[in-house]
Design a protein around this ligand. Structure first.
Ligand code: AMP
Length: 542
C-alpha cells in the first residue's frame, strides 16, 4: 500500500523558489572582481537565474549537458548554480588552482560544452582554450564595459549581454529528482582526478541535513560567508542551504586575505563562516597583529583538514567564536560528521570538551559509518581501535563518472581515512591511509603530532611525514614553518612533545622550511614532502 501524500521531486530549483517567495528581500552581497561590493536580493537572484536558464535554452543546450565554471564566490556564480542545475543541465565547478594540463583533462573527461569564467581567469583559460575541444561557448562573467578589447578566445560571450537577451518568464522544469545536477572532481594526489556527479535528490537531502542544529545550525538570522570556494565541493553546500533557511549570503570573491575578509565580516554582520584551516591561519594572524575583534561572528566551520586544537582555542577563547569542526569529502557532498557536543558533555571540564571537539565529530542523520580492519571486519566503537573509515548514506557516491568498477565494498564507500570511533559516536581521523607512518610495524598518527607542534607559540605550520629508516622502516619527520620573528630550535621543538605522547612517537628530526606545499584545496601535499624529505633520516646517517 502506498502512502497518500504528494510526491514532489526534491529539486534544486525548489530551494531558489522558496528563497524568492519566503525570503525575497534577503540579501546576497558579493565582492566583485571589478573591485566593488555588489548587493541584491534573493528575488533578483531568482529572476536572473531564470534568465540564465532561458539563455541556455536559447543556446540549444540539451538536458544533462555540462556547463563549467572557473570562478570565485560571487553572485553570477550563484546564478549559474541555480540556472544551470535548475534547468536540467549539470554545473561543473572547475578548480582554477589545478595545473592547466589537469584542467584540460577534466574538461575533456566531463565533456563540458559551455565554460563560464571570471575575468581573473581569462589568461588561464586563454592559454588552454584551443585544447578544450568539447567547449562550444566561452562566457566571460562580466558586463560589456569589462570585456577585453581583444581576446585569444574567438567569440567570447559577455555574460550580462547573454542574459539581457532573455526575460525572466520561465517555469523551472519538473525534473526527475535523481537526475544529475552538478559535478566536482576529486583533487586526486595520485592518478587522474575522479568525477563525482551529484543529483538533485542527494543535494537537497544534504542541504536539509547540513542546516540541522547539531550540524551547521543555520537559520534566517544568519549572515553566512563561505570562504571555502564554490569550486570546492559546492562551498560545502552553503549556496544551497542559505536559500533553504533564508540566510544572508556574503560572497568574498577574490578577497581572501585577512584584511579583506575581516572587513567583510564586520561590514556585513557575518555570523557564520566556513573554510579550511590554512585560510583561518592567515585571518587569525592578521586579526592578532592588528589587535582587532570579531563583533558579529558567532561560529566558524573548519574542515577539509584536521583543525589544530590550538586554532580552535584561539577562536573560542581569544575571540568568542565557536568552532564547528567537520569532516567530509567530495564523495560525500561533502558533509559526513560534525563535532557538536552532546547534552551530558556540556557539564564536562573545558579540557575534556576540547578533547572531544578536536575529533572530527559524529555522523549526521543520513550518513552511517563504521571502521573496518584489513580483512573488512567491523571494529568496536571504543575510541581505541583504528581502521579504515567506511560510509554510506543519502548523499554518498555510488559510482564515479565513467568509472569502470564500483568503488563500494559491500555497499559501503571506503574513504581512505584511518579513524577511531568512540562510544558516543565521535569519529577521530588519525591519518589518510597513505600518510600513516609505520614504525617497526606499529602505526603512528601524523595528525596527533601535527596538532601538538601547531600548539607551540613559534610554529606557524607543521606537517609530519614518514621518512625511511634502516631499522624501523619508517619514522616520523616533522617539517615546520616558524612564525615570522620567532626563534625555535630542533631541540626546543622536540622537547615540546615530552609528556604529550608515547616517547617512541616523538619525531626523529625537525626540518625548518619557509613554506609547506599546499594543494588546490588548501591541503598539505604530503606526497611532495615525502618526495623531498623521504630520505632525510638516511642522509643524516640514521
Ligand atoms: P576532499 O574530497 O578534497 O574534500 O578531501 C577529503 C579528505 O580531506 C578526507 O578524506 C580527509 O582525509 C580530509 N579531511 C576533510 N575534513 C577533515 C577533518 N576535519 N580532519 C581531517 N581530515 C579531513
Amino acid at each position: 500500500m502506498h502512502g497518500l501524500m504528494m510526491n514532489r521531486p526534491l529539486l534544486i530549483s525548489a530551494l531558489l523558489t522558496h528563497a524568492e517567495r519566503h525570503h525575497g528581500t534577503q540579501q546576497v552581497v558579493s565582492r566583485r572582481v571589478e573591485g566593488d561590493l555588489h548587493r541584491y536580493s534573493f528575488a533578483a537572484l531568482a529572476s536572473r537565474s531564470r534568465q540564465v536558464a532561458k539563455a541556455l535554452d536559447a543556446m540549444g543546450l540539451e538536458k544533462g549537458a555540462r556547463v563549467a565554471t572557473v570562478a570565485w564566490n560571487g553572485y553570477r556564480h550563484l546564478e549559474l548554480y541555480y540556472g544551470v542545475s535548475g534547468s536540467g543541465r549539470v554545473l561543473h565547478t572547475l578548480n582554477p588552482r589545478l595545473h592547466p594540463d589537469q584542467l584540460v583533462w577534466i574538461v575533456d573527461h566531463a565533456q563540458d560544452q559551455v565554460l563560464c569564467l571570471d575575468k581573473t581567469f581569462l589568461p588561464l583559460v586563454e592559454a588552454v582554450a584551443a585544447r578544450l575541444s568539447t567547449v562550444r561557448h566561452f562566457v566571460l562573467m562580466a558586463d560589456r564595459s569589462h570585456m577585453p578589447e581583444a581576446s585569444k578566445i574567438p567569440g567570447l560571450v559577455c555574460y550580462e549581454d547573454l542574459i539581457a537577451g532573455q526575460d525572466d518568464a520561465y517555469d523551472w522544469p519538473e525534473l526527475d529528482e535523481n537526475s544529475a545536477s552538478s559535478l566536482c572532481y576529486t583533487s586526486g594526489t595520485t592518478g587522474n582526478p575522479k568525477g563525482v556527479l551529484y543529483s538533485h535528490r542527494s543535494t537537497v537531502l544534504h542541504t536539509f541535513a547540513s542546516a540541522l542544529p547539531d550540524a551547521l545550525n543555520l537559520s534566517a538570522r544568519d549572515a553566512i560567508l563561505p570562504v571555502v570556494p564554490m569550486f570546492h565541493v559546492n562551498a560545502w553546500g552553503l549556496p544551497y542551504s542559505a536559500c533553504m533557511v533564508g540566510a544572508k549570503l556574503v560572497l568574498p570573491g577574490p578577497g581572501l586575505d585577512g584584511k579583506s575578509l575581516h572587513e567583510l565580516f564586520e561590514g556585513e554582520g557575518v555570523t557564520l563562516s566556513a573554510g579550511v584551516p590554512t585560510v583561518w591561519q592567515g585571518l587569525l594572524a592578521y586579526v592578532q597583529a592588528q589587535g582587532l575583534k570579531f563583533s558579529s561572528m558567532k561560529r566558524t566551520v573548519i574542515g577539509g583538514s584536521a583543525c589544530p586544537p590550538a586554532m580552535m582555542q584561539a577562536f573560542e577563547q581569544g575571540y568568542g567564536v565557536q568552532v564547528i569542526h567537520a569532516w567530509g569529502m567530495t564523495e560525500l557532498s561533502p558533509i559526513g560528521t560534525v563535532g557538536t557536543l552532546k547534552g551530558y558533555q556540556q557539564a564536562l571540564s573545558a579540557e575534556q570538551q576540547q578533547a572531544i571537539k578536536a575529533k572530527q565529530g559524529r555522523g549526521v542523520f543520513g550518513i552511517d559509518m563504521k571502521i573496518a580492519d584489513e580483512a573488512g571486519r567491523e571494529l568496536p566503537w571504543d575510541g581505541k581501535a583504528s581502521g579504515e573509515l567506511m560510509v554510506r548514506g543519502y548523499w554518498v557516491i555510488d559510482q564515479y563518472l565513467k568509472g569502470q568498477a564500483s568503488p563500494l565494498v559491500d555497499g559501503w564507500f571506503p574513504t581512505g581515512d584511518v579513524a577511531t570511533i568512540d562510544a558516543d559516536g565521535f569519529m577521530n581521523i588519525t591519518d589518510r591511509s597513505k600518510d600513516v607512518i609505520k614504525s617497526g610495524g606499529e602505526w603512528i598518527g601524523s595528525i596527533d603530532l601535527e596538532n601538538i607542534a601547531m600548539a607551540h607559540p613559534a610554529v606557524a605550520m607543521a606537517a609530519c611525514v614518514a621518512a625511511r629508516h634502516p631499522k624501523w622502516d619508517e619514522r616520523p619527520l616533522l617539517i615546520v614553518v616558524k612564525k615570522p620573528g620567532h626563534e625555535l630550535s630542533r631541540e626546543q621543538m622536540l622537547a615540546f612533545f615530552e609528556g604529550k605522547i608515547a616517547r617512541w612517537w616523538t619525531p626523529d628530526d625537525v626540518v625548518f622550511v619557509d613554506a609547506i606545499p599546499l594543494g588546490a584545496t588548501g591541503k598539505v601535499q604530503k606526497n611532495r614532502l615525502r618526495d623531498q624529505f623521504g630520505d632525510h633520516l638516511i642522509r643524516q646517517g640514521a
